[in-house]
Design a protein around this ligand. Structure first.
Ligand SMILES: [Ca+2]
Ligand SMILES: [Ca+2]
Ligand SMILES: [Ca+2]
Ligand SMILES: [Ca+2]
Length: 412
């Protein structure tokens, strides 16, 4: 019987694969997309994430040769990078410690150590002032009931300005377990900084820093490792999870020059599901068409970085707006510019640091989208995007340009 023979072959072959000595890793071993939906290959290789086009797995050199021998199409999973351009030493006032907290930090028996309460140099830093169009602003507001997924390096969820904002926490970066619920610890700092720009709420004591939409709920999805590298399949899985969990907005402060089929498919389904996608344009300027993916997709809002003088920074990636239809967002266009140089925000020690990059510009727009989320509209995502367009003030050079697109959207 053919089926019986087939079964015996599969069992023997499966056992053969199981007992193979693990070969030393070479340049070729690593994470691959296996373009097959067959259970046999899933069992033989192990599954990290399943997608419509196939599944991903860590493959040894032997497994790669095996796939090729049997004509199974495989391709390496691409890796993206977080996009900070520059970090600056913490401001002087950042290290001011309340003396009473310090005096209690002696390790008394049975007493938990008292954590230092750091204070920002400005509770409403320059970027917040610019977005709110008010240099004297003392607090911010908005974002109630809006879910913002932050796909990044995780978060320091004990930060007093963020602790009440985290409503979901998932780790997609663990080598052995594809998704770990309730774990999203940030050992890099980038994700904590980005999250603070979106939704820092100054803490229960009101002494901390303010983000743009301090009432928004954060879905913290750790897709980038502590070294800042982010596998495309983990990003795609997080995007799919954002859709199924009911996220409204997704911030992606990472990028790559290369496209990824897995990310493209996940972006398309998230956009079709009505989510509003926001991404850092990249830090490869000032050259035309230096914009990164996924920001380069028309369905993703690409955000460039301006400095305090509202000039686009040299390093902010440029789009091709001046060669495409003005005021219509197409592939490889910049959509907006937002503050991205010397941005003070939350850090992994419970304090604050200053970072620069389009990584910092993107969350200003994600936060503004949360503040103005068009709950009542038939399609809130596209309606919010249109509303943000209506809030934009043109920046120089005049009209829709390669650096700042439609300009700077501000609270009105
Ligand atoms: Ca201020
Ligand atoms: Ca875009
Ligand atoms: Ca255009
Ligand atoms: Ca302009």
């Amino acid at each position: 019987m053919v089926t019986h023979k087939k079964l015996v072959f599969c069992l023997l072959f499966g056992a053969f694969l199981l007992f193979l000595p693990s070969a030393p890793a070479s340049a070729d071993s690593g994470r691959y997309l296996i373009k097959s939906t067959k259970g046999f290959w899933k069992n033989a290789f192990g599954v990290r994430h399943v997608f419509d086009v196939g599944f991903t797995s860590e493959l040894s050199d032997f497994q790669i040769r095996l796939a090729k021998m049997f004509g199974v199409e495989i391709e390496p999973v691409s890796v993206l990078q977080i996009l900070p351009e520059e970090a600056v030493a913490p401001p002087e006032t950042n290290t001011d410690k309340p003396t009473n907290a310090e005096s209690h930090s002696v390790q008394g028996r049975g007493k938990p150590p008292v954590t230092t309460r750091y204070q920002p140099s400005d509770q409403t830093p320059w970027g917040v002032e610019v977005i709110y169009g008010d240099s004297n602003i003392l607090t911010t507001s908005g974002g109630t009931g809006v879910n913002v997924a932050i796909l990044d390096t995780g978060i320091y969820s004990s930060h007093p300005d963020l602790a009440r904002r985290v409503s979901q926490c998932k780790d997609f970066t663990n080598q052995r377990t594809p998704i770990i619920n309730g774990k999203c610890e940030d050992k890099n700092g980038h994700g904590t900084h980005v999250a603070g720009i979106v939704a820092a709420d100054a803490g229960v004591d009101g002494e901390g820093i303010f983000g743009i939409a301090p009432e928004a709920e954060l879905f913290v999805y750790k897709v980038c490792g502590n070294n800042g590298s982010c596998y495309a399949d983990d990003i795609a899985a997080a995007l799919n999870t954002a859709v199924s969990e009911g996220a409204n907005i997704v911030n992606m402060s990472f990028g790559s020059n290369q496209q990824s089929l897995l990310i493209k498919n996940a972006i398309d389904s998230a956009a079709n599901a009505g989510l509003l996608l926001v991404a850092a344009a990249g830090n490869d300027g000032p050259f035309e068409d230096s914009i990164d993916y996924p920001a380069a997709y028309a369905s993703v809002m690409a955000i460039g970085a301006i400095n305090k003088f509202l000039d686009i920074t040299d390093w902010s990636s440029r789009g091709i707006n001046e060669d495409t239809t003005p005021n219509v967002i197409e592939d490889r266009d910049i959509e907006f510019a937002a503050p991205g140089e010397y941005i003070e925000s939350t850090w992994t020690n419970g304090g604050y640091v200053i970072h620069s990059g389009t990584s910092m510009a993107s969350p200003f727009i994600a936060g503004l989208a949360a503040k103005y989320w068009q709950t009542g509209a038939d399609e809130p995502g596209p309606a919010t995007r249109n509303f943000l367009h209506s809030l934009a003030t043109d920046l120089l050079p005049p009209e829709d340009d390669n650096g700042s697109g439609l300009g700077l959207p501000q609270v009105k």
